[in-house]
Design a protein. Structure first.
Length: 137
């Protein structure tokens, strides 16, 4: 799924989740939570570069995006060219699950509502990826 699509999904899910938490936090915190949720929804995909590095043996995919950030957002179909797609698909979903689980568990030590918010955002991200991979979107 493209970053702009994760931005949209993250915005909707974060907005709905913030609405549920409106009695638990003051407005400035809710605004911060919304921004955090959108950020997580988009930038959890940075793990793809670690997966690509594992398969390619170098950081060339990351370097290409750092050298030309516009390419990273406008030509997303080409960012991981040369990396086996089927294996990368499975590994990125596994990585998302691990990152989401660790982040949720760590945040639960500080704030259970924020941990639950994080879990919902990451879950929506993974479901969106699965919907795209299944060809439904």
């Amino acid at each position: 799924m493209y970053s702009r699509e994760h931005f949209a999904v993250g915005s909707v899910v974060s907005g709905l989740s913030v609405a549920v938490l409106r009695e638990s936090f003051p407005t400035p915190v809710l605004i911060g939570l919304f921004a955090y949720g959108v950020f997580v929804s988009v930038f959890i995909d940075l793990d793809h570069f670690v997966v690509a590095r594992r398969h390619a043996g170098d950081w060339s995919h990351l370097c290409a995006c750092l050298t030309d950030p516009i390419f990273a957002f406008t030509e997303q179909d080409e960012v991981f060219e040369g990396v086996p797609g089927s294996q990368m698909r499975l590994e990125r979903l596994l990585s998302h699950a691990v990152i989401g689980g660790v982040l949720t568990a760590a945040l639960a030590l500080v704030s259970v509502p924020v941990a639950a918010f994080t879990a919902v955002v990451v879950y929506a991200h993974v479901v969106a990826d699965l919907v795209r991979d299944a060809g439904f979107a």
